[in-house]
Design a protein around this ligand. Sequence first.
Ligand code: CA
Length: 404
Amino acid sequence: MAVHEKLKQTAVPAPVSPPVPSQAAGDAVTAPYPQKPATPHVTVRRQFSPALLYGGVGAGVLMLIVGLFLWSWWKKPGASSATPVAERASVQTDAGDRTLARSATSEAKAGGTPALPGKTYVTTVGQELVWIPPGEFMLGSTKEEQAWAVANGLKEEFAKREGDAPRKTAVRDGFWLGRTEVTLSQWKEFVSATGYLTDAEKKGEASYAYDRQKKTWERNVKGASWRAPGFDQQDNHPVCCVSWNDAVAFCEWAMERERKAGRLSAGQVVRLPTEAEWEYACRAGTQAKFWWGERKEDGRDRLNWSGTTDGFEFTSPVDAFGSRGRNGFGLADMLGNVYEWCLDDYDSKQAHGECYKGNPGARVLRGGSFNYDTAYCRCAYRYPFTPSNSHSYVGFRVAVGAAR
Ligand SMILES: [Ca+2]
């Protein structure tokens, strides 16, 4: 059954509340209040002649008519000032996303201003980044959840690596995070502008890819790369088979573009999300196994994970499930579709609240992917990966925020 047909049968999901930000998100609006006329304290009785009285009333009526005319002209569409780009870009509708992205992009290229916290940030490549406010959350999983994951196929050693218990963790600064994974189209723009060669292309093989002939997943597949991950992809699918090094190179290129366009404030960088930022953004205020709750059955028509009942054997277009596939922050495919690189090194004991750099041989992957089952597509699940590895089920999304 096609995905759009499935979506029609889908009940509207219960809304998930994002966490309460620990500081204002910068959305304050100052409303112009009409001034209340002052009440006279003293009434003065005077004598007026009838001629003076009628003349005064006539002048008053004339001024009222002129005033009404001027007011109606000012209220005409087009006579008032335009809505700022940032406000237009913050309006999110399924149909309007692309138009909004184009409009903000063209203005950014013309000499933009830094994005406002609390508003959606549309990069010059047309990537939409959602504002994630600062706040606190519980990082990691409970022993009960880990036992459930082991019962559902996860190796016990990996379950333990989610930590002994959820830990109160602060995301100190707000940041922007890609509403979707980086798409093939955005990746092509990067490669076309820079001539960049990925780790897989330089090695002449991907560390893990799908073999079309054998119809199996294979290690060290000659000739495989983001251009040929082993399955067909459209431009709106996430780029995959890119290493951590490749993902960082994309971020650096995107940062250069944003700087030139005047879009970044002092101290802001384009980078991968830290592991804690990723989990905080994925949970979006929830503390369950999945961002939609505890039941894997409720994941139906929300994500592209193992099997084909979701409509996809390999990667799907990003945001393929519409509003049902977005979490409380409006982020799509946080679980499933492709695994996502994080900035941190991998600590086998647990995830860290601050970006961890103590194990240069391994970085963190998060979120599970189209060929992984429920035990892996959980908010707390984490996996170690060599930074030069290129797997056909691994991609990334970008963040904009303070350097880490
Ligand atoms: Ca994903």
